[in-house]
Design a protein around this ligand. Structure first.
Ligand code: SF4
Length: 281
């Protein structure tokens, strides 16, 4: 994960780069951004993060195989290999028992089985996999890694065949409820903008592929989306710089706090609840 700040002196961090996921953190809650990107507070790895990392690696490697070898069995093998590697390096103490690890593995394999009901990986060749982007957007340095980009042939509204450029992001969690779906595209719209600036070609569509469900969410990209994403990025960049300068990081509570690593530990917004829970214990 790229660093979002650099130290120009011991006390004054300056925003150097911003990734789509860190921009999303700030949008969700400035204090969350501070904990992760300024204080860099380490968090305990979770089984959900491990699943996401191993599944992404297995799917990346699936597309490095020739098309006829992109079978479910091959994907399961690639997942087992990816997990063996990641367990050694990143998640050595994740599971207390072998049975816990086995149950997690079976659940993950079931998730991977659903992947084949959303798309046929033998039917196209990705143009890019794990594309590392470092792009200047109006003097802001934006960095991120895009899961996949491909061209897809389809029948357009006029009945004629056409080729569309699609960027795809895999998710191992559940799809958001309908009212939150638009927000889920925030990071992918930034990636669409980065691709446009970097290559001169505008992606036609962004696509979120939730394996848990499975659910596919798509959004056809327009110039208005990219203009507004550009404006939002500039506003966020300015707001982060201001927060750094003033050292003012408001908390923004929402249902998403329930998935935040800091709710039960150091987040000031939940201090009273933690104290009350401690008193009841
Ligand atoms: S628990 Fe909620 S308010 Fe606190 S840092 Fe996390 S997202 Fe922000």
């Amino acid at each position: 994960m790229p660093s979002n700040t650099s130290e120009s002196s011991v006390d004054t961090p300056v925003l150097a780069t911003l990734s789509p996921s860190r921009a999303g953190d700030f949008k969700q809650c400035p204090q969350l951004y501070k904990f992760k990107s300024i204080d860099k507070i380490p968090t305990e790895p979770t089984i959900f993060q491990a699943r996401g990392t191993a599944v992404h690696l297995a799917l990346e490697r699936l597309f490095q195989e020739s098309a006829e070898d992109r079978t479910p069995e091959r994907l399961y093998d690639l997942f087992r290999t990816a997990w063996t590697e990641l367990k050694k390096t990143e998640y050595p103490d994740l599971f207390e028992t072998v049975d816990d690890e086995r149950a997690w593995g079976i659940e993950t394999l079931n998730l991977l089985a659903t992947y084949f009901s959303v798309e046929d990986p033998t039917s196209f060749e990705p143009k890019e996999l794990e594309m590392d982007l470092l792009v200047d957007v109006d003097h802001m340095t934006i960095r991120g890694i895009l899961d996949r980009m491909e061209e897809v042939t389809e029948i357009g509204p006029d009945g004629a065949e056409r080729t569309v450029l699609v960027i795809t992001d895999y998710k191992t969690g559940k799809a958001p409820k309908e009212q939150y779906a638009a927000k889920a595209f925030f990071a992918l719209k930034i990636y669409a903008l980065l691709i446009q600036i970097e290559t001169g070609v505008t992606p036609d569509r962004v696509r979120l592929l939730y394996l848990n469900g499975p659910t596919e969410l798509t959004l056809d990209i327009t110039d208005a989306h990219l203009d507004s994403t550009r404006e939002q990025l500039a506003a966020l960049w300015g707001a982060i710089e201001k927060a750094i300068t003033t050292d003012n990081w408001p908390t923004k509570t929402s249902p998403l706090c329930n998935w935040c690593d800091f709710k039960d530990t150091i987040c000031p917004a939940w201090e009273d609840e933690r104290a009350a829970a401690g008193a009841d214990a």
